[in-house]
Design a protein around this ligand. Structure first.
Ligand code: IPM
Ligand code: MG
Length: 360
């Protein structure tokens, strides 16, 4: 029996609630498929600040690096909004991405037929949408130097640097083409090459790499147009590849196609240990009330199995179980539709775990 060491960061707000349901899905997979998972919990985010004074303690980095994959909930909240910038929960998250060299962030936006009516967008526009947003995660303006706030008075300024090196673009674009080969063979590279030099370089590299993948169609879009096209006709997209900040924004937008940000999973890979988190935040307004949708985290568990542990059949089983539960009419509040049954976080998680154990 294979044993996998899973490091777990619950984080803040709804993090612990949704991670608990994600773990149930893993345990169910273990029982059904003959794997064993051991879980080790580590602190990060606001709870780490409270306990240790920093958002990412060294023990967390060490523990996570010593695991096969990291399951992460969500971090942050109003309580820590006023701590120094470099000590904010978000700074801990960014440091962890860097520490794990998790340069590729996969954010699939799949519209389930059952949720076509849950979005604010017309069902006929959405039906069949299946996009893989591939976001560069350890470069760009999030990490570029120089950065800071300097001076005083009216000329006091805040500044950041959008910067990409050839190798950073090359590896993410290559991954986009490889992923597209297993899908509908279309890559749309999103940039702002009409204004930014960093984007001009991005586009040049994308075109160069594209020549190695003649079987995949490459298109380019400026980010403003891409934001519009995502809403106008999301089905035109297969794989979208883009830089850190554009990917941050477009993936939140894509989440709304699926009905709720509570549905979107993500995988951050590239380094030795993959980092798996739902794309939603810590939602402090609903924390502790069992209202959170755990499906993003359970979907994240599917990605952990697929990309972190290379267990494709197990990943597909989790996804089938999610679909079956939606088909049975269970919904959390964020995806409620007429004629469905509203359940809490735990009931939703347990319904999926049960499907994992029993579904054909
Ligand atoms: C995300 C989040 C983070 C980001 C924040 C919390 C730092 O919005 O994962 O999309 O901007 O990357
Ligand atoms: Mg974001």
């Amino acid at each position: 029996m294979a044993t996998f060491k899973i490091s777990v960061i619950n984080g803040d707000g709804i993090g612990p609630e949704v991670v608990a349901e994600g773990r149930k899905a893993l345990v169910a997979i273990g029982e059904r498929c003959g794997h064993s998972f051991s879980f080790a919990e580590y602190l990060a985010g606001g709870c780490a600040i409270d306990a240790t004074g920093v958002p990412l303690p060294d023990a967390t980095i060490k523990g996570v690096k010593d695991s096969h994959a990291l399951l992460f909930g969500a971090i942050g909240g109003p309580k820590w909004e006023n701590v120094a910038h470099h000590l904010k929960p978000e700074a801990g998250l960014l440091k962890l991405r860097k520490e794990l060299d998790a340069w590729a962030n996969l954010r699939p936006a799949v519209v389930y037929d059952e949720l076509c009516d849950a979005s604010t967008i017309k069902p006929e526009v959405l039906k069949g949408t299946d996009i893989m947003v591939l976001r560069e995660l350890t470069g760009g303006i999030y990490f570029g130097q120089p950065r800071g706030i300097e001076g005083s008075g009216p000329t006091r300024k805040g500044f950041n640097t959008e910067v990409y090196s050839e190798f950073e673009v090359e590896r993410i674009v290559k991954m986009a083409f490889e992923i597209a080969r297993g899908r509908r063979k279309k890559v749309c590279s999103v940039d702002k090459a009409n204004v930014l030099e960093s984007s001009q370089l991005w586009r040049e590299v994308a075109i160069r790499i594209g020549k190695q993948f003649p079987d995949v169609a490459l298109s380019h879009m400026y980010v403003d147009n891409a934001a519009m096209q995502l809403i106008r006709d999301p089905k035109q997209f297969d794989v979208i590849v883009t830089g850190n900040i554009f990917g941050d924004i477009l993936s939140d937008e894509a989440s709304q196609l699926t009905g709720s940000i509570g549905m979107l999973a993500s995988a951050s890979v590239g380094g030795p240990v993959g980092f798996f988190e739902p794309i939603h935040g810590s939602a402090p307004d609903i924390a502790g009330q069992k209202k959170a949708n755990p499906l993003a985290t359970i979907g994240t568990v599917a990605l952990l199995l697929r990309y972190g542990l290379k267990l494709e059949a197990e990943a597909a089983l989790v996804e089938r179980a999610i679909k079956a539960v939606l088909k049975s009419g269970l919904r959390t509040g964020d995806i409620k539709q007429p004629g469905t049954t509203i359940v809490d976080t735990v009931a939703m998680g347990e319904a999926v775990a049960k499907q994992i154990r029993t579904i054909a």
